[in-house]
Design a binder for this molecule. Structure first.
Ligand SMILES: [Zn+2]
Length: 222
């Protein structure tokens, strides 16, 4: 087997534990995928396998049409949506889907999360947008995710009446976006219960986003 596939299976398997750790999933409803570098392939959670039973070998390999290429299990029922994103967005290296509680509560109302926290400006560069209602099975969810996120700073979209899809340069970056999305969804919700959250000026959002994306953190991590 391609050693890069094996390495990615291990990474993506371990990242599913983060969904559990951050309380983003119930039962088996959430999945992480990662693009195989340099290949028209990605790896994704198998359908219906509990997080406790996931092993790197159980993570299945699919082509960019969502067909199973290698693995003992059927791919996640969300595989078509992940595949659509990889086909349409070549810069995306990881995709995550969850029904995390607070973010999905915003999605159920079809309401974007307004950018009222500096952490949101840092991470999302503005509001977290809402994508269209779409039924599972075909390309409709993937189309809605891509149409909403293309040209948007946010790596997260709230699919109406459904849940969260996030993208990233890597699977880990997409998981981070899913964790941060739920965190700000909860905080802004609580703020709403207490009164009216104050907006942040667009120029300040731009400045925060630029600093966090380009300056913050360790230089040249290896
Ligand atoms: Zn779902």
């Amino acid at each position: 087997m391609n050693p890069r596939v094996r390495e990615l299976q291990e990474t993506v398997c371990a990242l599913h534990a983060e969904l559990v750790r951050y309380d983003l999933v119930a039962w088996t409803a959430g999945n992480v995928s990662g693009r195989v570098p340099g290949e028209d392939l990605f790896v994704i959670k198998p359908s219906g396998v509990s997080y406790d039973d996931l092993t790197p070998e159980a993570i299945v390999v699919c082509d960019l049409d969502g067909n199973l290429v290698e693995g003992d299990y059927a791919p996640s029922s969300d595989t078509a949506a992940h595949a659509y994103v990889y086909r349409a967005m070549p810069h995306v290296g990881g995709v995550v889907h969850t029904h995390s509680t607070y973010a999905s509560a915003w999605a159920a109302r079809g309401e974007a999360i307004p950018c009222v926290l500096t952490a949101m400006a840092d991470e999302f560069g503005g509001e977290i947008p809402v994508g269209p209602f779409a039924l599972i099975g075909g390309d409709d969810i993937g189309k809605g995710v891509v149409a909403t996120l293309e040209g948007h700073r946010s790596p997260a979209v709230l699919m109406q009446n459904h849940g969260v899809f996030t993208i990233g340069a890597s699977a880990k970056a997409a998981v981070k976006a899913a964790v941060m999305c739920e965190d700000v969804a909860r905080t802004v919700h609580v703020s709403r219960q207490l009164g009216t959250p104050l907006p942040i000026a667009q120029a300040d959002i731009d400045s925060l986003y630029d600093r966090y994306q380009n300056v913050y953190g360790q230089r040249s991590p290896r």
